[in-house]
Design a protein around this ligand. Structure first.
Ligand code: URA
Length: 199
């Protein structure tokens, strides 16, 4: 049985292996009216401990890049494709992704962001429903019907991939700086007004 309250999953037992491996459910974090929603793969160790997405090394990379682009973490929304830590940080299975899709769609519908940033291959393929080679396609914005509306999805490298690969760091930073253009300056915060960013 599962149970959501707003964007938060309060209880869920749909994935028996993840129920075993998790300490807690890691829900999305950040502003409910955020203009940008970042979507990662799933919680790792630090996230499983803290209950917040992107708290470990990947989170440090993401936070730094956001700061360099003048964005505070608390002004965006960050979530994951699955909300429970897979054992040994393996990728979530197709079944686990599909079990958690309803939660992600509900969050996307509630936040209604101007831009969704898919952090890495797993979220890019999950959201776009096709194979994605992130190193080739990072920075591309694709429109996809998600949770009943056409949404703009920006493909991005996963922050962890930047840790040992300077080329991927450059591609990651360029995609984040593209995402930053979708945040309206203070005083022009009508999400329904025409977008500053361009595809
Ligand atoms: N932390 C998250 O919350 N998601 C990831 O994809 C990686 C680390």
């Amino acid at each position: 049985m599962e149970n959501m309250r707003g964007s938060k999953v309060i209880s869920c037992e749909l994935c028996p292996v993840l129920v075993e491996s998790r300490s807690r459910i890691v829900n999305g974090d950040g502003k409910m009216d955020a203009e940008i929603l970042f979507v990662g793969e799933g919680p790792g160790r630090e996230e499983d401990i803290s209950g917040k997405p992107f708290r470990g090394r990947s989170g440090t990379v993401l936070d730094k890049s956001l700061r360099e682009n003048g964005i505070l973490r608390e002004n965006v929304r960050i979530t994951n494709c699955v909300r429970c830590r897979p054992p040994n940080n393996r990728n979530p299975s197709k079944r686990e992704l599909s079990n958690c899709k309803n939660h992600l769609d509900t969050e996307i519908a509630l936040i209604n962001p101007r831009l969704i940033v898919a952090l890495g291959r797993v979220p890019s393929e999950h959201l776009l429903g096709r194979k994605v080679i992130v190193t080739k396609e990072a920075g591309k914005i694709e429109v996809k019907n998600i949770a009943g509306l056409d949404r703009k999805v920006l493909i991005c490298i996963h922050p962890a991939a930047t840790l040992y690969n300077p080329n991927q760091k450059i591609i990651f930073e360029s995609a984040i700086s593209k995402a930053a253009n979708w945040i309206a300056p203070e005083g022009q915060k009508n999400k329904n007004s025409s977008n500053r960013g361009s595809a």
